[in-house]
Design a protein around this ligand. Structure first.
Ligand code: PBG
Length: 325
């Protein structure tokens, strides 16, 4: 045989042929937009390390939520930045706390037109910046934290969140929150478990966005970046405890984990394209070093291809618009 008989290039000849045989598509309904709302703002405030992302005021949050819905975005993930923090993160469970107020505002604005999710964690609310409460020796107290998560869960469910995003990586958090919700009659509030969340350098800009006070790191609760089997163990535990959706985070550096998790469970799998992934591309594009739009499309497609059917991304509204043409 002196020439190739099999020619894969035949199916790449025109845009129409390529579209016909495309294996992976990203739909707006699969994108979730993370949003920050800061207590006491009258105008949105830009986040320096996340160009294009802001800390919202109550008004601008409602507007951003409505725009996302108009673009067809599948969900919103709300994060609150309180004015006052304390050791136990009281503002997180206060019905008048910034996040719980924001949930009510967004529910009033868009209702069931999209999926309203809320971050269920203590790090934005504690003065020490850890995702849990501390024991006397300064370590993060797992079981005391679970009790606080239960209180946050009730506050968020009462505010009307459809899905609670448990991002603290405490052992038993899904089961503890599920029991608390069910006992209070919130049997339909769903749980998205940040099941495999790595102790990643990619969260740097997020910590600016929430004005994190953390000293040190989260290595005693978030996963070691080298561990893949451990992710499957975490995911299996969360599914057994009642997680409705499991998430891997960050996304792009952990696509192998996304693929393995997809193969291992039958609940929907999400991935979070985190702040550092966003910032890397924005910074390189601002320098003219990368084609921004193609990078956004390619990274989202890659995360989808690896097996995540839900993608949290700060580009959600823009990407949804461009996907709709
Ligand atoms: C913790 C939380 C973090 C992120 C989402 N939830 C930060 C952390 O674990 O330090 C990071 C998201 C991002 O970087 O975009 N509640």
């Amino acid at each position: 045989m002196t020439y190739p008989e099999v020619r894969p290039r035949r199916l790449r000849r025109t845009a129409a042929l390529r579209a016909l045989v495309a294996e992976t598509r990203v739909a707006p309904a699969e994108l979730v937009l993370p949003l920050f709302v800061r207590e006491g703002l009258s105008e949105p405030r830009p986040v320096g390390s996340l160009p294009g992302v802001v800390q919202h005021s109550r008004d601008s949050l409602r507007k951003a939520a409505a725009e996302a819905v108009a673009a067809g975005v599948g969900g919103l993930m709300l994060f609150g930045v309180p004015l006052r923090r304390d050791p136990v993160g009281s503002a997180g469970s206060d019905p008048g706390g910034v996040l719980n107020v924001a949930i009510r505002d967004v529910v009033a604005e868009v209702g069931d037109a999209t999926v309203i999710m809320s971050d269920l964690c203590l790090d934005e609310f504690t003065d020490h910046g850890h995702c849990g409460v501390l024991a006397d020796d300064g370590t993060v107290d797992n079981d005391a934290t679970l009790a606080r998560y239960g209180e946050l869960a009730l506050a968020q469910a009462r505010a009307g969140a459809h899905v609670l995003g448990l991002s603290g990586m405490m052992d038993g958090q899904v089961g503890a929150v599920r029991r608390e919700l069910d006992a209070a009659g919130f049997v339909d509030a769903a749980i998205l478990a940040y099941a495999a969340k790595y102790a990643s350098a990619c969260y740097g800009p997020f910590r600016d966005a929430v004005e994190s006070t953390l000293q040190g790191d989260r290595k005693t609760y978030q996963q070691d970046p080298g561990n893949r089997r451990e992710a499957l163990r975490e995911v299996a535990l969360d599914v057994a405890e009642g997680a409705d959706i499991v998430m891997v985070k960050p996304a792009l550096p952990y696509l192998d984990v996304v693929a393995e998790v997809r193969a291992a469970v039958d609940v929907p799998v999400a991935a979070y394209q985190v702040s550092g992934e966003y910032a890397m591309i924005e910074a390189a594009a601002a320098n003219g070093w990368l084609d921004r739009d193609r990078m956004i499309a390619e990274t989202l497609t890659s995360i989808r291809r690896a097996g995540a059917q839900i993608i949290l991304t700060y580009w959600a509204t823009e990407a949804a618009r461009s996907l709709r043409g």
